[in-house]
Design a protein around this ligand. Structure first.
Ligand SMILES: [Fe+2]
Ligand SMILES: [Fe+2]
Length: 203
């Protein structure tokens, strides 16, 4: 078991109800190659999610403008992670996802207009959690170059949370957004309260 050393504190997003456990950090640090492979899948999916919003709501001009940028950035991240995979001779293989994404998606109400609100907030929470966990990898990863890579990505994921939040706030009442974000954040932390046995970014 690796020792978790508390070093430099990186910025956090206070939308998250519970911080990630040391158990996850230990699991991730013992499985850096699998974490990199899962990370590649996460970046590709993040780009896909941004695109899917544009297919579902093509007339929401502000949303389309913001998510065009996010989709491009996530694809850039995808490419960067894939370069790390190549360097380490990790094939771009499929990997079963942890229950996290599906469990969160199940929280999205199926009817208008709340489907849109919930989808924005769930996506924002996933970005916030990615930001937190990439930050933990940046702090604790024993390989300095890889640690720097994680640190470089963190800022974008924090910004992405901000964009999804601002979009929710653009299309819905502030009060409704805050209340729903609070509810979903409780569920998000609850899903992660039991560590998934397979190492993943969101295990
Ligand atoms: Fe990303
Ligand atoms: Fe992102």
């Amino acid at each position: 078991m690796q020792k978790i050393v508390q070093t430099e504190q990186l910025p956090t997003i206070n939308a998250l109800k519970e911080s990630t456990s040391n158990a996850w950090i230990e699991q991730a640090l013992s499985n850096l190659d699998i974490i990199l492979l899962d990370h590649s899948h996460c970046e590709r999916k993040a780009a896909g999610v941004a695109l899917n919003f544009m297919f579902a709501y093509p007339s929401n001009t502000k949303m389309v403008r913001e998510l065009t940028k996010i989709a491009q950035e996530e694809l850039e991240h995808f490419e960067l992670v894939n370069q790390w995979l190549e360097r380490r001779n990790i094939p771009l293989a499929p990997l079963p996802p942890p229950p996290y994404g599906a469990a969160l998606k199940a929280q999205v109400r199926p009817h208008k207009p709340y489907k849109f609100l919930d989808s924005l907030l769930v996506t924002g929470l996933i970005e916030a959690r990615s930001h937190e966990r990439l930050g933990l990898l940046a702090t604790h990863c024993p390989e300095p170059e890889l640690a720097r890579f994680y640190k470089g990505l963190m800022a974008s994921e924090a910004r992405h949370f901000g964009v999804y939040w601002v979009l929710a706030d653009t299309y819905f009442d502030r009060q409704i957004v805050m209340e729903r974000l609070d509810e979903l954040a409780v569920v998000e932390s609850e899903i992660l309260s039991t560590l998934h046995p397979e190492p993943r970014i969101h295990s």
